[in-house]
Write a protein that binds this ligand. Structure first.
Ligand code: SAH
Ligand code: SF4
Length: 370
């Protein structure tokens, strides 16, 4: 039988567990700090605990929920993608992106990481998964092409962060931003995703600031409204990719359920509730959604909303014939949007040589297994 994953436990639960073992409550706090402040990866590292307790932990708790199936570093060394295998055989991915030239910039230490804001030069951004596969079926997405396997538990989400945090710590570095843009739809696994945010945010634990998280959603309207009501400081990004319902439906089946207007209304509600800016994500697909006409109609829909557009040339995938927009067309798209009053950033594609696009590595491993 599988023993519980330690990252699935919150502090009250851990305290109750320790009590059952006849241990005082302060031991739970010690374990919590060992896990999330010292970033211990196994029971042996908890040297301030009695040996008998460490043995108990080793016997009755799981410390790593997955095995590293493979990892790839991009040729410029800026991006690492890790493919994890869960005990049930499912594969999930997490990608670390380094921004800023390490030669020019001091390293990000754990203590400095907390004071680093968005847009800072020297970032360590971690992109993590919330599900194995995805049920949303966006045609351009490698994860969507795989279909849905299952939700990840909150602990399996947290464990991806801890895995990289432990590696970075060896270099005296730390994660500065966490984005839920790996495999899966975070709002289709709402409770576990937000439980993971809470666990990582805990001031007595990993203490990762709410404003340094970004949740990216395909646009599930009830969940966007629920998220707005919770008035969290976490950033929200919406994958829009089209400014017309028919065109969106052709690439994103979710548009059958929630039309663009409904998504934008929910975003307005979010801005009213939180006074935070919404990001719209836009994969630039050559000749499909990258023309000046599309940019103008997008601007018309977004007018008056506190937002900006994050456009990124499409990462080509095996199951979709669309191609990436070139630099010149991307520049024109951005200029057209900005002339119409909507701020836009064109992002570089990172780690293209290591298939760092959403779901691409797991997809290629599965293909080669067939
Ligand atoms: N399910 C969530 C989060 C994971 S996908 C969502 O869809 O928002 C993270 C981002 O990658 C989304 O904006 C998604 O649309 C985008 N994406 C997926 N496949 C892509 C591809 N092949 N090229 C560029 N962006 C892609
Ligand atoms: Fe799922 Fe997001 Fe991929 Fe769409 S883009 S299939 S929602 S992971």
């Amino acid at each position: 039988m599988n023993t519980p994953l330690i990252y699935d436990l919150d502090l009250p639960y851990l305290t109750a567990q320790l009590k059952m073992w006849g241990e005082p409550a302060y031991r739970a706090k010690q374990i919590w700090q060992g896990l999330y402040q010292n970033l211990y990866a196994s029971p042996e590292q908890f040297t301030s605990l009695p040996k008998s307790l460490r043995e108990q932990m080793a016997k009755y708790l799981t410390f790593s929920p997955f095995e590293v199936r493979t990892y790839l570093d991009s040729s410029d060394g800026s991006t690492r993608k890790t493919l994890f295998e869960l005990p049930d055989g499912n594969l999930i991915e997490a990608v670390l992106m380094r921004y800023g030239d390490p030669a020019d910039n001091p390293q990000i230490t754990a203590s400095a990481a907390n004071s680093i804001g968005r847009g800072a030069k020297n970032r360590r951004t971690l992109c993590i998964s919330t599900q194995a596969g995805c049920a949303m079926g966006c045609v351009f997405c490698a994860t969507g092409q795989m279909g849905f396997q299952r939700n990840l538990t909150s602990g399996e989400i947290v464990a991806q962060v801890m895995y990289y945090a432990q590696i970075l710590k060896e270099k005296d570095e730390a994660v500065t931003n966490i984005v839920f843009m790996g495999m899966g739809e975070p709002f289709h696994n709402y409770d576990n995703t937000l439980a993971a945010v809470d666990r990582l945010n805990d001031a007595d634990g990993y203490n990762f600031g709410a404003r340094r998280f970004t949740i990216s959603t395909v646009g599930l309207v009830p969940q966007i409204r629920r998220f707005a009501d919770e008035q969290r400081q976490v950033n929200l990004a919406i994958s829009l990719h089209a400014a017309d319902d028919k065109e969106r439906l052709a690439i994103m089946p979710v548009n059958k359920r929630y039309k663009i207007d409904e998504v934008i209304e929910a975003c307005k509600y979010y801005v009213e509730k939180t006074h935070r800016r919404v990001t719209f994500e836009w994969a630039l697909i050559n000749g499909v959604n990258d023309t000046p006409e599309v940019a103008r109609s997008l601007a018309a829909r977004l007018r008056g909303l506190l937002c900006h557009v994050n456009a990124i040339p499409l990462n080509p995938t095996a199951g979709y014939t669309g191609q990436a927009t070139d630099r010149e067309r991307a520049r024109l798209f951005k200029e057209t949007l900005e002339d119409a009053g909507i701020p836009c950033t064109i992002r570089m594609r990172r780690g293209i040589d290591i298939q760092a696009g959403c779901g691409q590595l797991a997809g290629s491993v599965m293909d080669s297994n067939e």
